[in-house]
Design a protein around this ligand. Structure first.
Ligand code: SAH
Length: 348
């Protein structure tokens, strides 16, 4: 079956031409898909014969809302989507002053194994298609009635572990005949897969690269992030410097503050030393308590922030949104999976 929604306008046009259709049909179908059509029957400006043909040869995989939670504190909305094959993923809609931002998933589960993260506990089941990433943005916008202006690829999954599909998604969501969301309004987060960072540097996209650093020294980082055993933190800093030299774009470093693990002054000093020569921004994240994890939130965040700033770095503390609705990575899916094991709730 053909997944038209994962295709570029040109690819759709070529596919339809091969079915004997005129070129302008491509744009018609692309527009319907990117407006959120859930079936070919809705595409009323196509002939009945073409609609029938598309129904037999192509698939559409719009997700269903399996669960939706709205934070009473700050209006954050968390969606648990059920995909066409029954798997579940999460999307979070955050309402910032600079615009409505969606945090989307890129895989069903994750295989990176970070010790503090709920998304990776049951491993990776599969990659998401470009269409499934686009649909998270599109159907969040349609369901909420709120126009989405920013996207962060910081939900479940490791974007560089599914990079071809992620790049295709970026092209689709950026398209002027589609959602038309500018690359400057998109952030991509990686746990530090160096070939992925180098490939992004080569492409020179206008997006913001976020690197989940979480520790500047190999001993600590290898303990909490298995990826560090494949690509160690010194190689990672080198890749970040290469990225900056190539693109001129400032990298944002994510740093979840973990009590007694990565919150020591010497680690702030080491970050500053390693970032010398590039304008890094360190985003300190209050650790979300994951039931299954032994780590606890640090109480040293303000001191650590001051220490970084004393070295001339920009350091911010991420405002925590949706605390009342399990709004951090993988927690809602995790909860639904547990309920499923008990025999109730949605299939995940
Ligand atoms: N795989 C990518 C993107 C998804 S995770 C990456 O690792 O960057 C998005 C961010 O949330 C990452 O920085 C991740 O390390 C962080 N994160 C995961 N679990 C967390 C927790 N319990 N508390 C705070 N941040 C967490």
């Amino acid at each position: 079956m053909i997944d038209l929604k994962s295709m570029t306008l040109q690819e759709i046009t070529d596919t339809l031409k091969a079915m004997g259709e005129p070129a302008f049909r491509g744009k018609q179908v692309f527009t319907w898909l990117h407006k959120g059509a859930r079936s070919f029957d809705e595409m009323s400006n196509l002939s009945k014969a073409l609609r029938e043909k598309l129904k037999t040869e192509c698939i559409l995989t719009p997700p269903q809302v399996a669960r939706k939670q709205v934070s009473r504190q700050d209006g954050t909305v968390k969606y648990l989507w059920e995909l066409a094959d029954g798997n579940c993923i999460e999307t979070v809609l955050m309402r910032y002053h600079h615009g409505n931002t969606v945090c989307i998933s890129t895989q069903v589960g994750c295989r990176m194994g970070c010790a503090f993260c709920a998304s990776t506990i049951a491993g990776k089941l599969r990659d998401l298609t470009p269409a499934e990433m686009l649909d998270q943005v599109l159907f969040t916008q349609l369901d909420s009635g709120l126009e989405i202006s920013n996207i962060v690829l910081m939900g479940i999954g490791e974007p560089t572990d599914n990079l071809d599909n992620v790049l295709k998604f970026l092209e689709l969501v950026n398209h002027p005949d589609g959602m038309n969301i500018g690359m400057r309004h998109i952030s991509l987060s990686t746990c530090g897969v160096i070939p992925g960072i180098d490939r992004l540097a080569e492409l020179g996209l206008q997006l913001t690269l976020s690197v989940s650093l979480h520790a500047p020294d190999n001993e600590t980082r290898s303990k909490i992030m298995p990826v560090n055993r494949a690509y160690d933190v010194n190689q990672l800093f080198d890749a970040c410097h290469r990225y900056f030299k190539k693109t001129g774009r400032r990298i944002s470093f994510e740093y979840a503050m973990i009590d007694g693990v990565n919150d020591n002054d010497w680690q702030a000093d080491l970050i500053a030393k390693k970032l010398k020569g590039m304008p890094g921004h360190v985003n300190l994240i209050p650790l979300n308590d994951v039931v299954e994890s032994p780590f606890k939130p640090s109480k040293r965040t303000p001191a650590f922030q001051r220490r970084l700033e004393a070295h001339g770095l920009t350091a911010t503390v991420r405002r925590s949104l949706g605390g009342d609705i399990d709004a951090s990575c993988g927690q809602l899916r995790r909860k639904a999976m547990e309920e499923q094991q008990k025999g109730d709730g949605v299939r995940c």
